[in-house]
Design a protein around this ligand. Structure first.
Ligand SMILES: [Zn+2]
Length: 447
């Protein structure tokens, strides 16, 4: 045998592998999974045994949608705080969105600035999406060659002036450019014309906010996106799907062979419009959290594979920007540390297993980003794990969260699933709310 010797055995009666959950001993050598062995395998000389009993060993979660905002808007969030929250929540790989930081990740020079800031602070492995804005078509290929995982664009205003949206012509041009080098375009899909026509009634009532971000805005944007992708044979990904009305057209496009993938988020899958109190703008995000019946349909979309993955869209801000007026409050929900228990709580109620959760929150997002060393407990992958006590419950206390501004739509909720520890390349990075020193690496797209 070549390579490093097995130095660690992780043992649990419930190890979640791509072939299902079973008792197993996971042998780790040099930070890589060497083999998944029978539970009672003898521990090799010189190796350490970590036994987790009946706690579940999951592949470390991969969160491909995080707004870290660092550098530039570090009062909102930062790599130190965000990656600690991730580690505490069982996430071992995070991809940072290209906007809300200053500079945004729209040129290679900007990417290098962000990498420099992130490197000493990263508690989990961290990579970057590039941004596609009207002025940077020439920067897309160099960014891709510099290691970004793909490109994010908006079709309606992003909320920050340094990251303008693309109109339909600009969308087609950027998509063609990206398809030309085999890249991935990920899209905030809300149509600006439908948003402009929607009734705008400022104030604390959630119903008024919901009416201002209608399902039609999403449906129309997604329909157009699919048409472009089909014509250009481009690979596209729909970010944070909220409108379940778009599911049939996405399913039809997939059946036709259009290269479209879709994500949804814990807030759309676990919170409902009906429960949002007036003025509670910690629940504000765009597209918005919709009605309970919409949520049921999203779960059906997950079950039948129309929705590929679940990622956080963690998008924090300072507390003063969460004014009680839904029209002017900053949009974004902070959930990095809570995504796994939030989703597990709802998934178990709906009869899904932790195998499903691992597929949606680890394997599928890893596949989306082409992270071939992440996303599964199998030989050859990085030894990244989350250890979960799935039957244990806890009540969310914002003071116990590690992200910078302790605002969250989940405050006071009782959730199933306590993350006992997280492991990154064979090293324990978080255990019972204690964080190790940062050992995360910067990731670049596989080339
Ligand atoms: Zn986002």
């Amino acid at each position: 045998m070549s390579g490093p010797d097995v130095n660690l055995i992780l043992r649990s009666t419930r190890v979640v592998t791509p072939e299902g959950t079973r008792p197993a001993a996971v042998a780790v050598a040099g930070g890589t999974i060497d083999a998944v062995l029978p539970y009672d395998t003898r521990v090799p000389a010189g190796a350490r045994l970590e036994g987790f009993g009946d706690d579940v060993l999951l592949p470390g979660l991969v969160d491909t949608h995080v707004h870290v905002n660092d550098p530039g808007r570090t009062a909102w969030e930062g790599f130190w705080t965000a990656t600690r929250a991730a580690a505490a929540g069982g996430i071992t790989t995070l991809l940072d969105m290209p906007l809300n930081s200053l500079p945004p990740t729209t040129t290679v020079e900007h990417l290098r600035v962000k990498q420099g800031v992130a490197a000493p602070k990263a508690h989990v492995d961290t990579g970057f999406w590039g941004g596609a804005i009207p002025s940077n078509v020439k920067d897309l290929r160099p960014l891709y060659e510099a290691g970004v995982f793909g490109f994010k664009c908006f079709l309606s205003p992003s909320g920050v002036e340094e990251f303008p949206e693309l109109d339909q012509e600009q969308l087609a041009r950027s998509m063609a450019e990206i398809a030309g080098f085999g890249g991935l375009l990920i899209v905030h899909a809300e149509d600006p014309h439908h948003l402009a026509e929607a009734p705008q009634r400022p104030g604390p009532a959630y119903a008024d906010f919901l009416a201002s971000r209608p399902r039609d805005a999403e449906n129309t944007a997604i329909e157009g996106l699919i048409a472009h992708a089909k014509r250009l044979n481009a690979r596209v990904h729909v970010l944070h799907l909220s409108s379940s009305d778009a599911l049939p057209l996405i399913a039809a496009a997939k059946r036709e062979g259009v290269r479209v993938t879709v994500e949804s988020c814990p807030h759309f899958l676990t919170l409902t419009a009906e429960e949002v109190p007036d003025g509670a703008t910690e629940f504000k995000c765009c597209p918005p959290i919709r009605e309970a019946a919409n949520q049921d349909a999203l779960w059906a979309g997950l079950a039948d594979g129309t929705i590929d993955c679940i990622v956080s869209d963690h998008s924090p801000c300072t507390t003063d920007l969460k004014t009680p007026d839904f029209a002017s409050a900053w949009g974004g929900i902070s959930s990095l540390q809570l995504g796994l228990p939030a989703i597990w709580t709802e998934a178990r109620r709906r009869g899904h297993s932790l195998d499903d959760v691992a597929r949606w929150m680890s394997a599928a997002p890893a596949a989306l980003a082409g992270l071939t060393r992440k996303g599964a407990i199998e030989a050859g992958r990085d030894a990244d794990f989350a250890v979960l006590a799935p039957e244990a419950t806890f009540t969310v206390d914002p003071a116990e969260l590690f992200h910078r501004n302790q605002v969250t739509a989940y405050a006071g909720k009782t959730l199933h699933g306590v993350v006992r520890s997280s492991w990154l390349r064979g090293v324990r990075i978080a255990a019972d709310g204690e964080l190790a020193e940062p050992t995360g690496r910067l990731l670049e797209r596989d080339r």
